[in-house]
Design a protein around this ligand. Sequence first.
Ligand SMILES: Cc1cc2nc3c(=O)[nH]c(=O)nc-3n(C[C@H](O)[C@H](O)[C@H](O)COP(=O)(O)OP(=O)(O)OC[C@H]3O[C@@H](n4cnc5c(N)ncnc54)[C@H](O)[C@@H]3O)c2cc1C
Length: 299
Amino acid sequence: MNVNVAIIGGSFAGLSAAMQLVRAQRSVVVIDANTPRNRFAGTSHGIFCLDGKKPSEIRATALSQLHSYPTFKLVEDSAIDVSPTQDAFTVVTEKSDQFIARKVILATGITDKLPDIPGLKEHWGKSVVHCPYCHGYELKDRALGVLATSELSFHQAALVPDWGVTTLFTQGRFKPDREVLQHLQSRGVTIEDTAVIRVFGDGVNLEYVELADKRRLAIEGLYIGPEVISTAPFISKLNLETLETPIGKIAKVDEFKESSLKGVFVAGDLSNPMQSGTFAIASGTMAGIAAHRSLVFSE
Ligand SMILES: Cc1cc2nc3c(=O)[nH]c(=O)nc-3n(C[C@H](O)[C@H](O)[C@H](O)COP(=O)(O)OP(=O)(O)OC[C@H]3O[C@@H](n4cnc5c(N)ncnc54)[C@H](O)[C@@H]3O)c2cc1C
């Protein structure tokens, strides 16, 4: 099937890009495996007009609006290959569908790699979270912790006291320098160097963390900035330039979200150093508009 634009990933970024393109009456296929990054959370927060909505509800609303445009097509599948041809791209899916697209938007998101500490995974998105702006309000006034995964965690630990009494767990690996330490202390942050080795709770609410010296500390909300990895093989397959950030590698794009390979745009967490639903929507919108302009000016 020939389309103007193939969008890989159908969540905040991919569906926002699609909206711009179908409203310009361009044919769009969105290929989506439906595993958005926030699927572990019961509700989404801090997004204009969507505060408190379930991630699945947001996707369903976006899709029902897109399906009212005749040039929109959703394929619930995984894209397994994208290859450039002379003036287009061939996209192949796991179920062997093939699309020839003049432009491609990659909006496949990233995957969070949680530290290997028993109990973290079960509470991820509920009381073990990465973003105070997304979940801080729901966890407010509890005993809070920040589990250091990089030096960025110091920044997070300085923010979190606005939501509750905070302990920074350095894991004995990430030591703030004197100036940072003074700032954290002025924010009332307690520093704990003994490593957290396990977290306990009922699968939703965290109750306490256990340290390597067997102490147990009451912690009811734990922040982590996990390392992020791109699960989509396309960045390396297409040899796209990347950008190293403190949390991991993302695709390098210009201000219009075009990657180092002309005709391939990258939107959402896969190219955003600041990552949230709102930023993904904004960058998807930009990628959709830029892909449309690129179609117009290459015709
Ligand atoms: C637990 C948690 C809770 C969060 N809560 C909030 C919140 O409350 N508010 C907020 O603003 N932000 C929140 N975020 C951040 C937010 O989820 C992300 O910034 C946002 O989802 C990024 O959107 P995206 O479209 O770039 O990628 P994603 O939403 O991750 O979507 C990527 C899509 O691409 C698909 N995909 C991947 N590879 C392929 C492939 N090869 N073929 C086809 N499809 C593919 C995936 O299946 C997925 O559907 C949260 C993050 C986490 C981890």
